[in-house]
Design a binder for this molecule. Sequence first.
Ligand code: FES
Length: 136
Amino acid sequence: MPDRKFRIVICRGPDCGDRRGSEALGAVFQKAVDDHGVAATTEIAWQSCFGRCTQGPNVLVRELLPPDGKPTLGTGFATLPGPRGTTALYNAIDESRARVIVTEHVVNGRVARELIDPPGAGGFRLVPVASRKSEP
Ligand code: FES
């Protein structure tokens, strides 16, 4: 897909970054982008918070189109059609999932729907210490 360009935006807010180490994902995404030879058409950026903290680390992949480009159609939940092309917010991202995102979304142009959780579901959940059950 030589004509398609993407921006990968990694959440580095307090839950994703401080608690779940999302800062390390930048290097993982960069390596995957380099390995696939799409560095010239893929930007990696940071976001302070996507408002989906309990499901983090979260990563937004947005297709970038030229001003006269035609948008691609959305493919369902958590994907947005529009002037920026196909966009998806992925949840609970680790190294393995990061590689799948680059392979499927950036290289193959397919939203990796299996890595998208509905709001309030899935992802890593923080359990307050006071609500944890003690060991028997
Ligand atoms: S800190 Fe990542 S979504 Fe809020």
